[in-house]
Design a protein around this ligand. Sequence first.
Ligand code: M6R
Length: 605
Amino acid sequence: MFCGIVGFTGKNYQSAPILLKGLQKLEYRGYDSAGLFVSDQALGTDQLVKENGRVSELEKLVSSKNVTGNAGIAHTRWATHGVPSVNNAHPHVSADGRFYLVHNGVIENYIELKENYLKNVEFHSDTDTEVAVQLIDKFVKDGLTTFEALKKLISLLDNNSAYGFLLMDREEPERMYVAKQKSPLLIGIGSDFNVVTSDAVAMLDQTHDFIELHDGEIAIVDPDNVQLFAANGDAISREAFHLDIDATETDKGAYPFYMLKEIDEQPVVIRQLISRYLPKDGQPQIGEGIVKDMLAADRIYIIAAGTSYHAGLVGARLFERWAGIPTEVHVSSEFAYEQPLLSEKPFFIFLSQSGETADSREVLQNINAQGFKSLTLTNVEKSTLWREATYALPLLAGPEIAVASTKAYVAQVTLQAILAYALADREQLHLNLEQELSKIAIAIQGIIDDKEQLQEVAKNLLVESPNAFFIGRGIDSTVVLEAALKLKEISYVQTEGFAAGELKHGTLALIEEDTPVIAIMTQPRLAGLVRGNLAETQARGSKTYTIVTQKIATEEDDLVLPDVNELLTPLVSVVPAQLLAYYTSLERGLDVDHPRNLAKSVTVQ
Ligand code: M6R
């Protein structure tokens, strides 16, 4: 499961409201069902509450009961094993009601463990997590302490398993046991309380100081103490780091959906990147080591998934055309298991909004084992991909909460442009990147200011349609992939994006009366060809919409974008596509931020 986890333990607190608020912030990670277990040291009572559906449903249920307690654990689920249901929701409980467990990840060998150790135990869910909590119970009954039982459980999980475990034992009502492998978990430090969370944003109202837990480690968290242990059980210590994020950045304020807020933030994101990486003299500042190692490489390999992969497709052209370094882009889930022949001196770039994508991490671990150097560009400092790469640079986009990624794409393309610029012979390039990016920020703002017209286009062109197509050539053939992903993932309109020249090699067969075809055309040398392809669809009855740059616009075109550097046009042309997706989802009455079946951060392979 991707899921979200929070836990809280403090002396004089009510934990349920804190946990529920944390779950609300984590809902982007999974929203099939939710639950919490809260224990009250003073009263000697505890309660388990679980509900199917969104966190708001759980909140209603909690407020209809008198849930009190100073310590507790909570979870919002994205189903992997077993359908979304109350029984499959976490926390899961051991047969005699002593242990409560929330879990993020997948236990690959859970059926084998169930058969080997738990033959006579009655199960109430279809989850791997229930197997884990029953095993802990069994090992404690066999004579181990809770800590030893957790350690033993972990030792039995196969190498492909991933877990973030947060466990409570009714016999130690203020204590939380924590363990992690391939699934993020942080311990937040308070003055007279401590927290556990799978993502710092969920607990920023409580603390900004966090201790990272590394793979294989275990922690015991009490209200006034945190103990860390290495995988072999030895006590270890680690300093907390301070996370400098304003908690209000994770609120959506007056916006109906995070996605719209995040689209609106894109000009600011570009300006942040300019001021951090292109200070006043216009000379890029990204660190000598990175520049040296990249210049020494004979080939760059960009590794990413989803939207980040699409940003990588733009980056590859920037590295090749500006810096003259051959560059390949790979989908991480493929590269992980089909590593191509590598050049002699490869350098790897990992693109990831979350920094936690399991497919990308698999590649990073493989290439680390081969001794290659790497750079992660991520929005989440201290994330796994940040920590495990040779170098890391922040995307500075601020927390991205909507499942559909928008500002992270813009940040990834912008930062890759800055990197390529840093590696380039800048005298030959004849480009002032700082000025160009500032122009782009203004161009994006112009589209955002006029966004209502795109709402009308969405209504007339897309809302009623079962399918849609985006076409483009050259650099536009990359951005149409992102446009299609955006539309399909939040509106469920079946959408394809592809190189316009490919139309007549197959996809043209799908064009019928009123099929929407949207063309993105920003390159004068290719516009004529794309117009020809568009005409071929029109001849078959398509409804078309054109997004073009000023220098190739004609009276017939629909949306005209300001001219910017040709390789940077995706930063601008992606924005109307994001807005078309947003408004189509909105007009279809869907939950824009929480598309069905998806989660924000994909921490399983
Ligand atoms: O956190 P990452 O950038 O590594 O995530 C990669 C993809 O899961 C992500 O971009 C996904 O495709 C988005 N939902 C697309 O909007």
